[in-house]
Design a protein around this ligand. Structure first.
Ligand SMILES: *[C@@H]1O[C@H](CO)[C@@H](O)[C@H](O)[C@H]1NC(C)=O
Ligand SMILES: *[C@@H]1O[C@H](CO)[C@@H](O)[C@H](O)[C@H]1NC(C)=O
Ligand SMILES: *[C@@H]1O[C@H](CO)[C@@H](O)[C@H](O)[C@H]1NC(C)=O
Ligand SMILES: *[C@@H]1O[C@H](CO)[C@@H](O)[C@H](O)[C@H]1NC(C)=O
Length: 812
C-alpha cells in the first residue's frame, strides 16, 4: 500500500558501465603496478609502469600487427578501450624483441633503453651534474620524468620537453629564449609507423609569438597569427572556448616563451595532436562511441595541408580517403597512406612520348585532358602565347612540361610534378590541361599517323560513352539487372549499388533526410517495399563498416526497425531497411495534416518505443546508446506499431560524430544537459530524450512550440507543476487528451518528468519506464527539473546552448 520510495532507494549503477564493461577488460588484480623505474628495477617485456592515479602507462607496444619485430617504448592511456600512445621514446628506432630489451638507469644517471645486445637505442642524454642515484617516474599528467631518487619533484629531464605527435594538457609548447630552439610536435609517418612524418607544429623560430605548421621543415602551410594577449590573431574563435572546460595561457619570461592549456579533467579527457595527414586536431574521448572525437582542427580544411596527397593526386574535402590519383596515374605505394611523403603520391601509367608535333611523323603525340581544380598550382611558368593551341604547343615543346592553363593571353606551364591539387566546389574553379601519353587516349584502336587534337579526343570520348549507354540500355534485358544475385553475409544481404539504384528507380522517391543521410523508397522485384538509406560522410573503412553493420543486423526486436542488408562499394555506403507505411511519428502527431491518433494508440506508441530502447540498452548483446531519440526517428508500421530507426549509427559514423551533433542543432530540445556540459554520454541521455518525446506524444505539440509562451504554458513544466498541485485532470481537458485513460495519463506524466531530471542518476532505466507505464511499478512525485525551467524561461538559452555546442564540437 505504502508507495515505495523507488528512486531514492535504488542504487543506480554508473551508466557508462553499460558500454564499457563489455569492451574494456578489467585490470588484472595483482599487486599494484609500480610507477618508477630504477637501476634495481628495470622495465622489460610486458612489464608496465602505471602512474599514481592510474591514468597513464609506460610500456613497450607494437603499432602494427603485421610487423611483429617493431616495438616501441611508449606512454599511453591506461583506461581507454582504444590504445592511444601519447609519447614514444624510440620512434625512429624500433626494437625487434621486447623480452631481451630493457629500460633502466645507466651508470651516469641517465634513463636508457637497451636492446638485446645491451647497446643504447634511446637515452635521456643529460650531461650536466648527473646525480648519484636517479629514477624514472610516470606522473598522472602523462609526463615521464627523470629525477633524483631523493627528490622526485626536481625534474632533470621530462618527456613533456620532447613530445612526439601529441601535446598533452599542461605540457608547454614553445621556444627557449636562450637557445632559440622550439619544442615541436611531429606527425607519425603513417597510421602504423610512428617514425617522424613530414608535418610539424612549432613556435615560429624567427621569434614571433605564433605557431606555424610546416611540411618537410620547409614549406609553411598554416600560421596561427600572433598572440594578442587573449588569443592568436588568426583564431578569433578562441574567445568563445568555454573557460570552465579549457583554460589556456601564453607565457613569456627570460628563459622561454610558451603556450600551455589545461582541460577540466573531471568533465572530459582531451588532447591536441598532429595527425598523420598534417592537421592539428583537438580530440575528446567520447564514451558513447568509444573513440576520440575531434572538436577542433587547424587548418580547418584537410586539403589546405601542403603536399598532403603527394604528386599527381587530387584532394577532395569531406571524403573518406580524400586523395585520389589523376586520370592516367596510379598510386605508387600500396599500404597505409603516406600523407606528405613523396613516396605516397601517384605516378604515370605510361611514359610521355615527348616528341613535339613537329618531330617525326611516326611517333604519336602526347595528349591533354581538361581537369577542373579549385586553385591554380604554385610555381607556374608564364610564356607568351596567342591562343590555347599556342599554349599547348609550348607545353609539348618541353619534355618536362606536365600541364598548361590558358586564359586571356596568359599561358601558364607547369614542370615536374603537379602538387596541391584540390577539387573545385560547384561555383568556382579553373580548368587546366594535363599531359598524358598517347596510349592513354587511344588504347590500341587509334588510327595511326593522325594526331588527334584535344577537341576531337573529347568528341570521341563523348561518342564512346553515348554509344555504350545506348547499347547498354537497348541490349541488356531488364530482367538481368533484377536477377543479379545479391550475396548473403550473416543475417544480411549485401546489395550491389547497381541493384539498389535500379530498385529505387535511380533514387527517385526521397522519404526523408536524417542526421546520417537521405532515405529513398524502393521496391524489390517481388513487390516488397524497402527504405534505402544513403549514408553521408562515413569515415570508416570497409572492414570496420561491415563489422558494425553486421552487429546492427543482429539487433532484432519488434520495436526496432529491421536492417535487411547494406551496400558498400568504393565510397558509397547504404543501409537497406524494411519499409514503414505510416512514416515517422512527427508527421503523424505534428505534421501539416496530423492524424488524429487516439489516446490508446499514442500510449501504445510510447510504450513500444520504451520497450525498444530498453532492449537496446539492457538486453541486446552489443548494448547500444541511440543518441538521437526524437519523433523523426520513430517509424510507424501499418498498424501504428512504433519502430525505432537509426540505432547503432552513432557508432558507425565514428570519428565524424561531431558532425552528427552539429546536425542535431535543430532538435536541441531533446538533448540531455550532459551533451552540453561535455561529460560522458550514457544510456541516460536517451532516457532524457525519450522523456521529452513522451511529453510531445501526450500533448500533440512540439515542446519547442510552447516555449515562446513562457514558463506557465511550457508543457513539460506545466505537467510537473500540475503533478505537484495534484491537479493533473486539468491537463486532460484539451481536445487531444479528452479520450485519455486518466491512470495511464498520470503514469505517463510522472515518468516523463522523471526521465528529464537534470541528474542522470535520478532518471529511471528504460526497463523501469516500461514497467511504470504498464502499471507494474509504483512511482513517486517527481521534482520539477530545473534544466527544463531554464529551457522554458529564456528563448535565449537555447541559442546559447547552440553556440556552446558549435564552439566546442564543430570541428570544421
Ligand atoms: C647527447 O647530447 C650531446 C650534447 O648535448 C650531443 O652532442 C649528443 O649528440 C647527444 N646524444 C644523443 C644520443 O642524443
Ligand atoms: C652515491 O651514493 C652512495 C650510496 O647511496 C654513497 O655511498 C656515495 O657516497 C654517493 N656518492 C656521491 C658522489 O655522492
Ligand atoms: C626538490 O626539488 C624541488 C625543485 O627543484 C625544490 O623546489 C625542492 O625544494 C626540493 N625539495 C627538497 C626536499 O630538496
Ligand atoms: C625535404 O627536406 C630535405 C632536407 O632539407 C631535402 O633534402 C629533401 O629534398 C626535401 N624533400 C622534398 C621532397 O622536397
Amino acid at each position: 500500500m505504502a508507495t515505495e520510495k523507488l528512486f531514492s532507494l535504488r542504487v543506480f549503477l554508473p551508466c557508462f558501465m553499460l558500454v564499457t564493461c563489455c569492451v574494456h577488460p578489467p585490470l588484472s588484480q595483482g599487486a599494484p603496478a609500480a610507477d618508477t623505474v630504477s637501476r634495481d628495477r628495470p622495465l622489460s617485456g610486458g612489464q608496465r609502469l602505471v602512474s599514481q592515479g592510474g591514468k597513464f602507462v609506460v610500456g613497450l607496444f607494437q603499432p602494427d600487427d603485421t610487423a611483429p619485430d617493431r616495438w616501441y617504448l611508449a606512454i599511453w592511456y591506461n583506461k581507454l578501450s582504444k590504445h592511444t600512445p601519447v609519447w614514444i621514446a624510440n620512434r625512429a628506432r624500433p626494437i625487434p624483441n621486447p623480452d631481451s630489451s630493457k629500460l633502466t638507469i645507466s651508470q651516469d644517471g641517465n634513463m636508457v633503453l637497451l636492446d638485446g645486445l645491451q647497446s643504447p637505442i634511446w637515452a635521456t642524454n643529460i650531461t650536466s651534474n648527473a646525480p648519484n642515484s636517479t629514477v624514472g617516474l610516470i606522473l598522472n599528467t602523462g609526463n615521464f620524468v627523470l629525477a633524483p631518487s631523493s627528490n622526485t619533484t626536481n625534474f632533470l629531464w621530462q618527456s613533456f620537453d620532447e613530445p612526439t605527435n601529441v601535446w598533452l594538457p599542461r605540457a608547454k609548447l614553445g621556444r627557449s629564449r636562450v637557445t632559440g630552439e622550439p619544442t615541436r610536435i611531429v606527425s607519425w609517418n603513417s597510421s602504423v609507423d610512428p617514425s617522424p612524418g613530414y608535418y610539424t607544429l612549432e613556435m615560429d623560430p624567427d621569434g614571433t609569438n605564433q605557431f606555424i605548421h610546416k611540411w618537410n621543415n620547409s614549406e609553411i602551410y598554416w600560421e596561427t597569427g600572433e598572440w594578442t594577449g587573449s588569443m592568436f590573431a588568426g583564431m578569433p574563435e578562441m574567445a568563445s572556448y568555454p573557460k570552465a572546460l579549457l583554460h589556456y595561457e601564453f607565457v613569456v619570461n627570460d628563459q622561454e616563451s610558451y603556450f600551455t592549456y589545461q582541460i577540466n579533467e573531471t568533465m572530459m579527457t582531451a588532447m591536441f595532436m598532429m595527425e598523420v595527414s598534417g592537421q592539428v586536431k583537438g580530440v575528446a574521448w567520447t564514451e558513447s562511441v568509444q573513440d576520440w572525437v575531434p572538436f577542433f582542427a587547424v587548418p580547418k580544411a584537410q586539403c589546405s595541408v601542403y603536399f598532403v596527397c603527394g604528386s599527381f593526386s587530387m584532394c577532395t574535402e569531406n571524403t573518406f580517403t580524400f586523395c585520389s590519383c589523376l586520370r592516367g596515374f596510379s598510386k605508387q605505394y600500396e599500404g597505409n597512406l603516406l600523407y606528405g611523403n613523396p613516396r605516397g603520391g601517384c605516378t604515370r601509367n605510361a611514359r610521355l612520348e615527348c616528341g613535339g608535333a613537329n618531330s617525326s611523323g611516326n611517333s604519336e603525340t602526347d595528349g591533354f585532358y581538361a581537369l577542373a581544380i579549385a586553385d591554380l598550382p604554385e610555381k607556374a611558368w608564364s610564356v607568351v602565347a596567342a591562343s590555347p593551341d599556342g599554349c599547348k604547343q609550348a607545353c609539348l615543346n618541353n619534355c618536362s612540361c606536365v600541364a598548361y592553363y590558358f586564359y586571356g593571353d596568359n599561358c601558364s606551364l607547369w614542370y615536374g610534378d603537379l602538387i596541391n591539387l584540390v577539387s573545385p566546389d560547384a561555383s568556382s574553379g579553373y580548368t587546366i590541361f594535363v599531359r598524358l601519353a598517347p596510349s592513354e587516349f587511344f588504347s590500341g584502336s587509334a588510327k595511326k599517323g593522325k594526331p588527334l587534337t584535344t577537341w576531337s579526343l573529347t568528341g570521341a570520348a563523348i561518342l564512346f560513352v553515348a554509344v555504350t549507354v545506348i547499347v547498354g540500355v537497348l541490349l541488356i534485358p531488364k530482367r538481368q539487372i533484377f536477377s543479379k544475385q545479391n550475396k548473403i553475409e550473416g543475417s544480411l544481404v549485401v546489395f550491389s549499388f547497381r541493384y539498389l539504384r535500379s530498385v529505387t528507380r535511380n533514387f527517385r522517391e526521397r522519404l526523408g533526410k536524417g542526421s546520417f543521410g537521405s532515405v529513398y523508397k524502393g521496391m524489390l522485384p517481388d513487390g516488397t517495399l524497402i527504405a534505402v538509406k544513403k549514408l553521408d560522410g562515413i569515415s570508416q573503412g570497409e572492414k570496420q563498416f561491415r563489422a558494425e553493420v553486421s552487429t546492427i543486423g543482429t539487433v532484432q526486436h519488434v520495436n526496432l526497425i529491421r536492417l535487411l542488408g547494406f551496400c558498400s562499394e568504393q565510397s558509397t555506403r547504404m543501409l537497406v531497411y524494411e519499409y514503414m507505411p505510416n512514416g515517422s511519428l512527427d508527421r503523424n502527431i505534428f505534421g501539416s495534416t496530423p492524424v488524429e491518433l487516439r489516446w490508446n494508440v499514442r500510449f501504445q506508441i510510447a510504450l513500444g518505443v520504451a520497450k525498444g530502447l530498453a532492449y537496446l540498452h539492457e538486453e541486446c548483446r552489443s548494448r547500444i546508446i541511440h543518441c538521437d531519440i526524437k519523433p523523426e526517428n520513430v517509424l510507424l508500421d501499418a498498424s501504428f506499431m512504433p519502430k525505432i530507426a537509426d540505432f547503432g549509427l552513432a557508432k558507425l559514423v565514428g570519428r565524424d560524430f561531431s558532425r552528427v551533433l552539429t546536425t542535431m542543432r535543430g532538435t536541441i530540445g531533446y538533448l540531455a544537459p550532459e551533451w552540453i556540459s561535455g561529460t560522458a554520454i550514457t544510456a541516460k541521455a536517451d532516457v532524457f530524450s525519450y522523456g521529452m518525446m513522451l511529453f510531445e506524444i501526450m500533448s500533440g505539440r512540439r515542446n519547442s512550440a510552447w516555449r515562446q509562451q513562457g514558463v506557465e504554458t511550457f508543457f513539460p513544466v506545466l505537467v510537473a507543476t500540475r503533478l505537484h498541485e495534484g491537479n493533473i485532470q486539468g491537463l486532460f481537458d484539451s481536445e487531444l487528451m479528452r479520450d485519455a485513460d486518466l491512470q495511464e495519463g498520470e503514469r505517463a506524466c510522472k515518468v516523463a518528468c522523471w526521465c528529464v531530471q537534470d541528474d542522470e542518476d535520478t532518471r529511471p532505466e528504460m526497463g523501469e519506464v516500461v514497467q511504470i507505464l504498464e502499471g507494474l511499478l509504483e512511482i513517486n512525485l517527481p521534482p520539477i527539473p530545473s534544466y527544463l525551467q531554464v529551457l522554458a524561461e529564456s528563448a535565449e538559452s537555447s541559442l546559447q546552448m547552440r553556440n556552446h555546442i558549435r564552439s566546442t564540437l564543430d570541428a570544421s
